[in-house]
Design a protein around this ligand. Structure first.
Ligand SMILES: *Cc1c(COP(=O)(O)O)cnc(C)c1O
Length: 371
Protein backbone atom coordinates (compact mmCIF):
# COMPACT_ATOMS: atom_id res chain seq x y z
CA UNK A 1 0.00 0.00 0.00
CA UNK A 2 1.10 3.53 -0.76
CA UNK A 3 1.49 5.96 2.10
CA UNK A 4 -1.69 7.99 1.47
CA UNK A 5 -3.74 4.79 1.64
CA UNK A 6 -1.94 3.59 4.76
CA UNK A 7 -2.52 6.94 6.44
CA UNK A 8 -6.26 6.60 5.86
CA UNK A 9 -6.62 2.93 6.82
CA UNK A 10 -3.85 2.01 9.29
CA UNK A 11 -5.12 1.45 12.81
CA UNK A 12 -8.71 1.68 11.60
CA UNK A 13 -11.48 -0.85 12.10
CA UNK A 14 -15.23 -0.70 11.87
CA UNK A 15 -16.61 -0.82 15.41
CA UNK A 16 -17.92 -4.41 15.78
CA UNK A 17 -20.63 -3.40 18.26
CA UNK A 18 -22.27 -0.60 16.24
CA UNK A 19 -20.78 -0.47 12.74
CA UNK A 20 -19.49 3.04 13.43
CA UNK A 21 -17.05 4.09 10.69
CA UNK A 22 -15.33 6.67 12.86
CA UNK A 23 -13.91 4.89 15.91
CA UNK A 24 -15.63 5.42 19.27
CA UNK A 25 -13.62 7.07 22.05
CA UNK A 26 -13.25 4.69 24.97
CA UNK A 27 -13.17 6.82 28.10
CA UNK A 28 -13.50 3.88 30.45
CA UNK A 29 -10.50 3.65 32.76
CA UNK A 30 -11.18 0.03 33.69
CA UNK A 31 -12.27 -3.07 31.81
CA UNK A 32 -14.28 -6.12 32.80
CA UNK A 33 -12.55 -9.33 33.84
CA UNK A 34 -13.69 -12.73 32.64
CA UNK A 35 -15.42 -15.04 35.11
CA UNK A 36 -12.23 -17.06 35.45
CA UNK A 37 -10.27 -13.85 36.13
CA UNK A 38 -8.51 -13.37 32.79
CA UNK A 39 -8.78 -10.37 30.45
CA UNK A 40 -9.57 -12.13 27.20
CA UNK A 41 -10.51 -8.88 25.44
CA UNK A 42 -7.01 -7.52 25.98
CA UNK A 43 -7.66 -4.48 28.16
CA UNK A 44 -7.45 -4.17 31.93
CA UNK A 45 -6.71 -0.59 33.03
CA UNK A 46 -6.30 2.50 30.87
CA UNK A 47 -2.73 3.37 31.91
CA UNK A 48 -1.62 -0.09 30.77
CA UNK A 49 -3.52 0.13 27.51
CA UNK A 50 -6.78 1.25 25.97
CA UNK A 51 -8.37 0.75 22.55
CA UNK A 52 -7.69 4.29 21.29
CA UNK A 53 -4.04 4.21 22.28
CA UNK A 54 -3.62 0.77 20.78
CA UNK A 55 -5.14 1.97 17.49
CA UNK A 56 -2.83 5.00 17.45
CA UNK A 57 0.29 2.95 18.18
CA UNK A 58 -0.66 0.40 15.58
CA UNK A 59 -1.51 3.06 12.99
CA UNK A 60 1.69 5.09 13.34
CA UNK A 61 3.84 1.91 13.42
CA UNK A 62 2.32 0.85 10.11
CA UNK A 63 2.89 4.29 8.62
CA UNK A 64 6.57 4.39 9.64
CA UNK A 65 7.16 0.69 9.00
CA UNK A 66 8.11 -0.30 12.56
CA UNK A 67 7.21 -3.36 14.64
CA UNK A 68 6.04 -1.58 17.78
CA UNK A 69 5.23 1.81 19.25
CA UNK A 70 4.56 3.43 22.61
CA UNK A 71 2.51 6.63 22.81
CA UNK A 72 3.06 9.29 25.47
CA UNK A 73 1.40 12.48 26.68
CA UNK A 74 3.97 14.67 24.89
CA UNK A 75 7.02 14.42 22.66
CA UNK A 76 9.17 15.25 25.65
CA UNK A 77 7.67 12.42 27.71
CA UNK A 78 8.51 10.10 24.80
CA UNK A 79 12.10 11.38 24.76
CA UNK A 80 12.28 10.98 28.55
CA UNK A 81 11.25 7.31 28.26
CA UNK A 82 13.97 6.68 25.68
CA UNK A 83 16.63 8.15 27.96
CA UNK A 84 15.26 6.34 31.00
CA UNK A 85 15.58 3.06 29.12
CA UNK A 86 19.35 3.60 29.31
CA UNK A 87 21.37 3.01 32.48
CA UNK A 88 23.52 5.33 34.62
CA UNK A 89 26.96 5.67 33.07
CA UNK A 90 25.68 5.23 29.52
CA UNK A 91 26.77 7.91 27.07
CA UNK A 92 24.40 9.70 24.68
CA UNK A 93 25.59 11.49 21.59
CA UNK A 94 23.14 14.17 20.49
CA UNK A 95 22.96 16.62 17.62
CA UNK A 96 24.01 20.07 18.78
CA UNK A 97 21.05 21.65 17.01
CA UNK A 98 18.52 19.18 18.45
CA UNK A 99 15.24 20.51 19.80
CA UNK A 100 16.02 22.80 22.73
CA UNK A 101 13.73 20.88 25.09
CA UNK A 102 15.53 17.61 24.34
CA UNK A 103 18.99 18.97 25.07
CA UNK A 104 17.62 20.68 28.20
CA UNK A 105 16.17 17.35 29.34
CA UNK A 106 19.59 15.77 29.03
CA UNK A 107 21.51 18.68 30.56
CA UNK A 108 19.21 19.59 33.44
CA UNK A 109 17.69 16.26 34.46
CA UNK A 110 19.40 13.20 33.05
CA UNK A 111 23.01 14.19 33.71
CA UNK A 112 22.04 14.28 37.39
CA UNK A 113 20.78 10.71 37.04
CA UNK A 114 24.13 9.58 35.77
CA UNK A 115 23.74 9.64 32.02
CA UNK A 116 26.58 11.24 30.11
CA UNK A 117 26.01 13.32 27.02
CA UNK A 118 27.91 15.15 24.32
CA UNK A 119 26.45 17.48 21.73
CA UNK A 120 28.09 17.51 18.32
CA UNK A 121 27.23 18.86 14.90
CA UNK A 122 26.07 15.64 13.26
CA UNK A 123 26.08 17.23 9.83
CA UNK A 124 29.86 16.76 10.22
CA UNK A 125 30.53 12.98 10.28
CA UNK A 126 34.09 13.39 11.59
CA UNK A 127 32.71 15.07 14.68
CA UNK A 128 30.39 12.10 15.21
CA UNK A 129 33.28 9.61 14.92
CA UNK A 130 35.49 11.63 17.27
CA UNK A 131 32.83 11.93 19.96
CA UNK A 132 32.15 8.19 20.22
CA UNK A 133 33.13 6.55 23.49
CA UNK A 134 33.17 2.94 24.61
CA UNK A 135 30.08 3.74 26.71
CA UNK A 136 28.13 5.36 23.88
CA UNK A 137 24.77 3.58 23.79
CA UNK A 138 22.49 5.97 21.92
CA UNK A 139 22.79 8.61 19.20
CA UNK A 140 20.11 11.28 18.88
CA UNK A 141 19.71 12.39 15.28
CA UNK A 142 17.34 15.18 14.38
CA UNK A 143 16.93 16.40 10.83
CA UNK A 144 16.11 18.97 9.56
CA UNK A 145 17.18 20.51 12.84
CA UNK A 146 15.69 23.26 14.92
CA UNK A 147 15.94 26.16 14.24
CA UNK A 148 18.80 26.14 11.70
CA UNK A 149 17.42 23.40 9.42
CA UNK A 150 20.76 21.61 9.36
CA UNK A 151 20.55 18.34 7.51
CA UNK A 152 22.04 15.19 9.01
CA UNK A 153 22.82 12.22 6.76
CA UNK A 154 20.75 9.62 8.63
CA UNK A 155 22.18 6.58 6.81
CA UNK A 156 25.80 7.68 7.30
CA UNK A 157 25.34 8.45 11.01
CA UNK A 158 23.41 5.22 11.60
CA UNK A 159 26.26 3.23 10.07
CA UNK A 160 28.88 4.91 12.28
CA UNK A 161 26.70 4.39 15.36
CA UNK A 162 25.97 0.75 14.58
CA UNK A 163 29.67 0.04 14.10
CA UNK A 164 30.13 1.37 17.62
CA UNK A 165 27.47 -1.04 18.89
CA UNK A 166 24.99 1.71 19.81
CA UNK A 167 21.39 2.52 18.87
CA UNK A 168 20.39 5.31 16.52
CA UNK A 169 17.25 7.34 17.28
CA UNK A 170 15.84 9.78 14.76
CA UNK A 171 13.55 12.57 15.92
CA UNK A 172 11.38 12.73 12.80
CA UNK A 173 8.96 15.37 14.11
CA UNK A 174 9.75 17.89 11.36
CA UNK A 175 9.44 15.56 8.40
CA UNK A 176 6.88 12.77 8.89
CA UNK A 177 6.07 10.90 5.65
CA UNK A 178 8.73 12.92 3.76
CA UNK A 179 11.58 11.09 5.45
CA UNK A 180 11.71 7.35 6.24
CA UNK A 181 14.31 6.86 8.99
CA UNK A 182 13.82 3.07 9.31
CA UNK A 183 14.68 2.63 5.63
CA UNK A 184 17.85 4.63 6.27
CA UNK A 185 18.99 2.51 9.22
CA UNK A 186 17.52 4.22 12.30
CA UNK A 187 16.57 1.78 15.08
CA UNK A 188 14.04 4.04 16.77
CA UNK A 189 11.92 6.99 15.70
CA UNK A 190 10.47 9.68 17.92
CA UNK A 191 7.68 12.06 17.00
CA UNK A 192 6.22 14.93 18.90
CA UNK A 193 2.72 14.18 17.60
CA UNK A 194 1.78 17.62 18.96
CA UNK A 195 3.10 18.91 15.64
CA UNK A 196 2.32 17.48 12.19
CA UNK A 197 0.51 14.31 13.27
CA UNK A 198 -2.06 16.25 15.32
CA UNK A 199 -1.76 18.93 12.69
CA UNK A 200 -4.21 21.46 14.12
CA UNK A 201 -2.50 22.84 17.27
CA UNK A 202 -5.15 21.27 19.49
CA UNK A 203 -3.56 18.17 21.02
CA UNK A 204 -0.25 17.27 22.68
CA UNK A 205 1.38 13.88 22.29
CA UNK A 206 4.50 11.92 21.53
CA UNK A 207 5.42 8.48 20.31
CA UNK A 208 8.43 6.18 20.23
CA UNK A 209 8.60 3.60 17.47
CA UNK A 210 10.93 0.65 17.17
CA UNK A 211 12.02 -0.96 13.92
CA UNK A 212 12.40 -4.19 15.87
CA UNK A 213 10.47 -5.02 19.01
CA UNK A 214 13.58 -5.83 21.06
CA UNK A 215 14.60 -5.72 24.71
CA UNK A 216 15.40 -2.01 24.60
CA UNK A 217 11.93 -1.21 23.28
CA UNK A 218 10.37 -3.42 25.93
CA UNK A 219 12.04 -1.20 28.52
CA UNK A 220 10.46 1.86 26.86
CA UNK A 221 7.13 0.07 26.96
CA UNK A 222 7.52 -0.73 30.66
CA UNK A 223 8.36 2.92 31.37
CA UNK A 224 5.20 3.91 29.48
CA UNK A 225 2.81 2.09 31.81
CA UNK A 226 4.91 2.07 34.98
CA UNK A 227 5.94 5.71 34.59
CA UNK A 228 2.43 6.68 33.56
CA UNK A 229 3.07 9.62 31.19
CA UNK A 230 0.35 8.30 28.89
CA UNK A 231 -1.97 10.20 26.53
CA UNK A 232 -5.74 10.31 27.10
CA UNK A 233 -8.05 8.29 24.84
CA UNK A 234 -9.43 11.49 23.31
CA UNK A 235 -5.91 12.76 22.56
CA UNK A 236 -5.05 9.45 20.89
CA UNK A 237 -8.22 9.70 18.83
CA UNK A 238 -7.38 13.25 17.72
CA UNK A 239 -3.81 12.34 16.73
CA UNK A 240 -4.97 9.33 14.72
CA UNK A 241 -7.61 11.52 13.06
CA UNK A 242 -4.79 13.94 12.18
CA UNK A 243 -2.78 11.11 10.61
CA UNK A 244 -5.54 10.44 8.07
CA UNK A 245 -4.66 13.63 6.18
CA UNK A 246 -0.95 13.76 7.04
CA UNK A 247 0.57 12.86 3.64
CA UNK A 248 -1.55 15.45 1.82
CA UNK A 249 -0.89 18.11 4.42
CA UNK A 250 2.88 17.48 4.28
CA UNK A 251 2.77 17.92 0.53
CA UNK A 252 0.90 21.22 0.81
CA UNK A 253 3.12 22.50 3.66
CA UNK A 254 6.18 21.70 1.52
CA UNK A 255 4.79 23.33 -1.63
CA UNK A 256 3.99 26.51 0.29
CA UNK A 257 7.33 26.54 2.12
CA UNK A 258 9.50 26.37 -0.99
CA UNK A 259 7.63 29.34 -2.46
CA UNK A 260 8.09 31.38 0.72
CA UNK A 261 11.78 30.35 0.94
CA UNK A 262 12.41 31.44 -2.64
CA UNK A 263 10.68 34.75 -2.02
CA UNK A 264 12.74 35.42 1.12
CA UNK A 265 16.01 34.34 -0.53
CA UNK A 266 15.77 37.20 -3.03
CA UNK A 267 14.57 39.83 -0.53
CA UNK A 268 16.93 42.76 0.16
CA UNK A 269 16.25 42.81 3.89
CA UNK A 270 16.95 39.11 4.36
CA UNK A 271 20.54 38.02 5.03
CA UNK A 272 20.11 34.25 4.98
CA UNK A 273 17.35 31.72 4.49
CA UNK A 274 17.65 28.28 6.08
CA UNK A 275 15.57 25.85 4.03
CA UNK A 276 16.92 22.53 2.74
CA UNK A 277 14.88 22.87 -0.45
CA UNK A 278 17.05 25.78 -1.63
CA UNK A 279 20.00 24.75 -3.78
CA UNK A 280 22.28 27.08 -1.83
CA UNK A 281 21.53 25.22 1.45
CA UNK A 282 24.63 23.24 2.55
CA UNK A 283 22.51 20.14 3.20
CA UNK A 284 20.51 20.33 -0.03
CA UNK A 285 22.09 17.30 -1.73
CA UNK A 286 21.65 15.03 1.29
CA UNK A 287 18.11 16.32 1.83
CA UNK A 288 17.30 15.46 -1.80
CA UNK A 289 18.49 11.93 -1.22
CA UNK A 290 16.68 11.29 2.04
CA UNK A 291 13.53 13.43 1.77
CA UNK A 292 10.78 13.27 -0.84
CA UNK A 293 9.94 16.95 -0.25
CA UNK A 294 11.57 19.51 2.04
CA UNK A 295 8.89 20.13 4.64
CA UNK A 296 7.03 23.11 6.03
CA UNK A 297 9.65 24.61 8.37
CA UNK A 298 12.15 27.33 7.56
CA UNK A 299 14.00 30.14 9.26
CA UNK A 300 15.58 33.34 8.02
CA UNK A 301 17.88 36.07 9.29
CA UNK A 302 16.81 39.67 8.99
CA UNK A 303 19.28 42.46 8.17
CA UNK A 304 19.63 44.77 11.20
CA UNK A 305 19.79 42.35 14.13
CA UNK A 306 17.39 41.52 16.92
CA UNK A 307 15.31 44.68 16.77
CA UNK A 308 14.74 44.41 13.03
CA UNK A 309 13.65 40.78 13.44
CA UNK A 310 11.26 41.68 16.28
CA UNK A 311 9.80 44.46 14.11
CA UNK A 312 9.06 42.03 11.31
CA UNK A 313 7.27 39.60 13.63
CA UNK A 314 5.35 42.53 15.14
CA UNK A 315 3.95 43.48 11.73
CA UNK A 316 2.69 40.22 10.25
CA UNK A 317 -1.06 39.97 9.86
CA UNK A 318 -1.55 36.36 8.73
CA UNK A 319 1.47 34.76 10.43
CA UNK A 320 0.62 34.38 14.12
CA UNK A 321 3.33 35.11 16.70
CA UNK A 322 3.47 31.81 18.54
CA UNK A 323 5.74 28.89 19.25
CA UNK A 324 5.23 25.30 18.05
CA UNK A 325 4.65 24.13 14.50
CA UNK A 326 2.81 21.80 12.19
CA UNK A 327 -0.68 23.31 12.35
CA UNK A 328 -2.84 24.63 9.54
CA UNK A 329 -2.11 28.25 10.46
CA UNK A 330 1.28 29.81 9.72
CA UNK A 331 3.35 30.83 12.76
CA UNK A 332 6.30 33.18 13.18
CA UNK A 333 8.69 33.04 16.10
CA UNK A 334 11.79 34.75 17.44
CA UNK A 335 13.63 31.65 18.72
CA UNK A 336 16.45 33.32 20.68
CA UNK A 337 14.05 35.03 23.09
CA UNK A 338 11.88 31.93 23.54
CA UNK A 339 14.91 29.74 24.30
CA UNK A 340 16.36 32.36 26.68
CA UNK A 341 19.77 32.20 28.36
CA UNK A 342 22.25 29.90 26.67
CA UNK A 343 20.48 30.01 23.31
CA UNK A 344 22.57 29.36 20.24
CA UNK A 345 19.93 30.83 17.90
CA UNK A 346 21.04 33.98 16.07
CA UNK A 347 19.34 37.11 17.44
CA UNK A 348 18.17 38.19 13.99
CA UNK A 349 16.57 34.81 13.22
CA UNK A 350 12.86 34.23 12.76
CA UNK A 351 11.41 30.75 12.42
CA UNK A 352 8.37 30.08 10.30
CA UNK A 353 5.96 27.19 10.44
CA UNK A 354 4.32 27.38 7.05
CA UNK A 355 0.64 26.49 7.20
CA UNK A 356 -1.98 25.62 4.66
CA UNK A 357 -3.01 29.13 3.59
CA UNK A 358 -2.43 30.19 -0.01
CA UNK A 359 1.31 30.88 -0.53
CA UNK A 360 0.53 34.16 -2.35
CA UNK A 361 -1.08 35.54 0.81
CA UNK A 362 1.83 34.37 2.98
CA UNK A 363 4.35 36.04 0.68
CA UNK A 364 2.35 39.27 0.57
CA UNK A 365 2.18 39.28 4.37
CA UNK A 366 5.94 38.81 4.77
CA UNK A 367 6.59 41.42 2.06
CA UNK A 368 4.61 44.08 3.89
CA UNK A 369 6.12 43.09 7.26
CA UNK A 370 9.66 43.35 5.87
CA UNK A 371 8.46 46.67 4.39
C1 LIG B 1 8.11 20.02 19.83
C2 LIG B 1 9.24 19.09 19.61
C3 LIG B 1 9.59 18.14 20.57
C4 LIG B 1 8.90 18.06 21.93
O1 LIG B 1 7.58 17.72 21.84
P1 LIG B 1 6.42 18.15 22.91
O2 LIG B 1 5.22 17.49 22.36
O3 LIG B 1 6.38 19.65 22.87
O4 LIG B 1 6.84 17.68 24.24
C5 LIG B 1 10.61 17.26 20.28
N1 LIG B 1 11.28 17.32 19.11
C6 LIG B 1 10.98 18.24 18.17
C7 LIG B 1 11.77 18.26 16.90
C8 LIG B 1 9.96 19.16 18.38
O5 LIG B 1 9.69 20.07 17.44
Amino acid sequence: MKIETLAVHAGHAIDPATGAVSAPIHLSTTFERDVEGAYSRGFMYTRNNNPNRQALEHGISMLEGGEAAAAFGSGTAAAMALFQALAPGDHVLAHVDAYYGTSRLLREILLRWGLEADFVDMSNLDEVRKALRSKTKLAWVETPSNPLLKVVDIAAVAEIIHNAGALCVCDNTWAPVLQRPFDLGADLILHSTTKYFGGHCDVAGGIVMARIDNEFFQRVHTIQYSGGAVPSPFDCWLILRGMRTLPWRMRAHSENAIRVAEFLAQHQRVERVHYPGLQAHPGHEIARRQMSMFGGMLSFEVTGGREAAMNVSAKTKIFIRATSLGGVESLIEHRASIEGAGTTSPENLLRLSIGLENADDLIEDLDQALG
